[in-house]
Ligand binder design. Structure first.
Ligand code: SF4
Ligand code: SF4
Length: 402
């Protein structure tokens, strides 16, 4: 890099723009990437690019938490959304989350709504946690990959023992204590061919809200790691789940189909993967550092720190805009794709999966085309019945929203 180039990049990193999209929610990592499990497929543990790799016991302090709640509640008034993830966020301890609720009550203003969500492997959940979650209407996401023989193939504790039995205890406890929760099921080569078994298993537990996340991990040469499903396997899985879900579509929520229906109804889908740009949320690391996406907690994408930067400054950083607009680098296939206005080229994490190039086609493109071909028309008909009018035809959007 030339000296001029360095100067420009330093300038650029802290530069801000005029009006840019607000930060509409936070993904907070109170224990950073630290986890009490050792799942074989985990992309977060021991990442090369982890900026905090040399700090094994990192935790968010109460001072950082207070500053976070104080400043973000002011910025996000009248509706504030806090989501906690990891690593494993419950490692921060129950008193940390009790303090959080206290700060939210202290810094909230009249009429302000606050929503809290937490994604957990559930192995630390006990009655005390359940009491907090129920009392303040938290939404929990529990990671569980299916029946025991599937889950315990990759989801281990630090002693390399399966976690299924302990997680099932927590699931039962949450049901008894009336905690609202959904299931996050990671799709690997162990379960992607077993759509029916998974669906029946989760429905048998009384679960009516399920999210399936496919693994997409590759080695340095761009070869698929053994547990990463092929696009065809993922597409077939989604099509099979669609068939199982369709008869009970009014009472069961499958995140992918929910998001697709939202997009077809002209609403902003809940999942960022179907957004036009990557700017709907930011990640807050344990020390207050901010990043634009959970998949890109890397020094080169750091947007600032809440102890020195204001939320409007962070929101207006050119680096945020630069990251957000990566998604608009449409692949030639996307430019002529009939599903472009709902898919928007998928997720940049999957687009640069094998070779780390943002301009690549999403690794799972074939899967999307399979499920869109199967589900768009029935969903459009369903929406017409619900709303009493036709949904707009799929339109080819302009590539850049800016
Ligand atoms: S890179 Fe993917 S996960 Fe990250 S904000 Fe963009 S669409 Fe969402
Ligand atoms: S389905 Fe494939 S080609 Fe079409 S917009 Fe999505 S990623 Fe691009």
């Amino acid at each position: 890099m030339t000296p001029g180039g360095e100067l420009f990049s330093i300038y650029n990193q802290n530069a801000t723009l005029g009006a840019t999209p607000r930060i509409s929610s936070l993904l907070i990592k109170p224990a950073s990437a630290v986890c009490n499990l050792d799942c074989e497929y985990c992309f977060y543990l021991d990442r090369e690019a982890d900026p905090y790799k040399s700090l094994p016991a990192r935790r968010m302090t109460l001072e950082t938490l207070e500053r976070l709640v104080d400043t973000y509640m002011f910025y996000s008034y009248p509706a504030s959304t806090f989501a906690f993830q990891g690593g494993e966020p419950t490692l921060a301890g129950l008193p940390f989350f009790e303090k959080l609720v206290g700060f939210q009550q202290q810094y909230g203003r009249n009429g302000q709504s606050v929503s809290n969500a937490l994604q957990t492997n559930a192995v630390l959940i006990d009655k005390n946690w359940c009491d907090l979650f129920r009392e303040y209407n938290w939404l929990l996401g529990v990671s569980l990959d299916g029946p025991e023989e599937i889950n315990d193939l990759y989801r281990f504790n630090k002693d390399h023992r399966g976690t299924w039995k302990r997680v099932m205890q927590s699931v039962e406890m949450m049901k008894v204590n009336k905690v609202e929760f959904n299931i996050l099921c990671v799709l690997s080569t162990a379960n992607v061919g077993r759509a029916k078994d998974l669906y029946k298993f989760f429905r048998g537990l009384g679960i009516d809200n399920i999210q399936f996340i496919p693994l997409a991990e590759f080695d340095g040469e761009g070869n698929r790691l053994p547990y990463t499903p092929t696009p065809e396997q993922y597409g077939t899985f989604l099509c099979e789940v669609f068939e199982l879900w369709w008869p009970e579509r009014r009472k069961v929520r499958i995140r992918f189909f929910d998001n697709l229906a939202e997009a077809l109804a002209g609403q902003k889908p809940g999942s960022c993967t179907m957004h036009e740009t990557c700017d709907s949320y930011v990640v807050v690391e344990y020390n207050g550092d901010i990043y634009p996406c959970d998949f890109f907690v890397e020094s080169s994408w750091k947007l600032g720190n809440i102890t020195v930067d204001s939320w409007p400054e962070i929101a207006r950083r050119t680096r945020r805009l630069s990251f957000a607009s990566k998604k608009t680098l449409a692949h030639p296939d996307c430019q002529v794709c009939e599903y472009q206005s709902i898919c928007h080229g998928g997720c940049p994490k999957f687009r640069h999966g094998p070779y780390r190039k943002f301009e690549d086609l999403d690794y799972f493109c074939q899967a999307y085309k399979m499920i869109y071909a199967r589900s768009v028309e029935p969903l459009r008909a369903e929406l017409k019945q619900m709303f009493g009018h036709e949904m707009p035809e799929l339109a080819m959007h302009s590539i850049s929203p800016y």
